[in-house]
Design a protein around this ligand. Structure first.
Ligand code: TA6
Length: 304
């Protein structure tokens, strides 16, 4: 009897969704909805594939990614929680991993449901002694992932404790592109950003974004929809969002790609991160019992 059998007995939808052994045997929900194919791992509630009917994966995955409990998957949609980047004021350590612990832990598969919008997979991460030892709050973090004509991801955070909490959160989405150097990024013109690749200086975004060097920008106080125009694949990827005040745009370029063991030296032209988040001053604060929802909606269409 496979360890997946009880999960499939409870959740599988014949010919639509089932729990499979993914990379290195990590359990994942494989969805074959009419409008799209999708894959989400229980490890980190990590969305690894979104293929609108007949199209290639919209999400990028490194060939060098690790697929191990306790390690982040490189690519797809990592969930950053309860902090973004290095933990403020705390030296990096196994107890304070970059981008928090949510992407490193096994989440509970709560449900798989089919509707007119597509197939929705719900996963949850609940605070534990282990998380409280690192971050002294009680919470339930749920990830609702709908594979349909769009990929709709909603991160739902509930403060289940007796004291207020403040957390950063990000859907750190890696998009698959033919050549990032030829992509145009629209939607953020006039928005101020922190340039982490240039001394964390705050700058205004002049016009559209093109990627010509290491790019690591935290756009501030923006609810804007962003588009990626890929002239080689002749497609436009649209990233809309709700309840997110920041957008991060990241490409490591040559040196940073070389410095990451789980990122192929020659892979950087094939990806760009456009991340839906609430970080820094826009971190989410919840009183006991309060809930916050942040949503990213990804869609793909031919270039106009
Ligand atoms: O979102 C951009 C960023 O914060 C970059 O500074 C870079 O660190 C990237 O995330 C990847 O972080 P990771 O911990 O996944 O290697």
């Amino acid at each position: 009897m496979s360890t997946l059998d009880p999960l499939n007995a409870r959740h599988a939808i014949p010919a639509i969704a089932q729990v499979i052994a993914g990379q290195d045997g990590l359990p994942a929900v494989h969805v074959t909805a009419p409008a799209a194919e999708g894959l989400v791992y229980l490890h980190g509630a990590h969305v690894a594939a979104f293929k609108p009917h007949g199209a290639p994966n919209v999400l990028w995955l490194s060939q060098k990614s690790l697929w191990q409990p306790g390690k982040p998957i490189r690519g797809g949609v990592p969930i950053c929680f309860p902090w973004f980047g290095p933990r403020q004021g705390v030296p990096a350590s196994p107890d304070s991993p970059p981008h928090g612990f949510a992407r490193l832990l096994a989440w509970e598969l709560q449900s798989i449901q089919q509707s007119t919008h597509g197939v929705t997979v719900a996963l949850a991460l609940t605070s534990s002694d282990a998380t409280r030892a690192v971050w002294p709050h009680d919470f339930v973090l749920r990830h609702h992932v709908t594979f349909g004509p769009q990929l709709v991801m909603t991160l739902e955070l509930t403060n289940t404790g007796t004291s207020p909490l403040t957390a950063e959160e990000a859907l750190h989405t890696y998009f698959a592109l033919a050549d990032v150097k030829q992509v145009q990024v629209n939607g953020l013109a006039g928005t101020r950003y922190v340039d982490k690749a240039d001394g964390f200086k705050e700058k205004p975004q002049m016009g559209l974004i093109t990627i010509t060097a290491e790019t690591d920008r935290v756009y501030l106080d923006t609810t804007a929809t962003v588009t990626l125009d890929d002239p080689i694949q002749r497609r436009r990827i649209t990233i809309a969002k709700d309840n997110s005040r920041n957008t991060v745009v990241w490409n490591p370029w040559i040196a940073k790609a070389k410095a990451m063991p789980d990122f192929g030296d020659d892979e950087w032209p094939g990806m760009l991160c456009v991340e839906t988040c609430n970080v820094g001053p826009a971190a989410v604060s919840l009183a006991p019992g309060q809930t916050h929802h942040m949503t990213a909606r990804l869609s793909v269409a031919p270039l106009p």
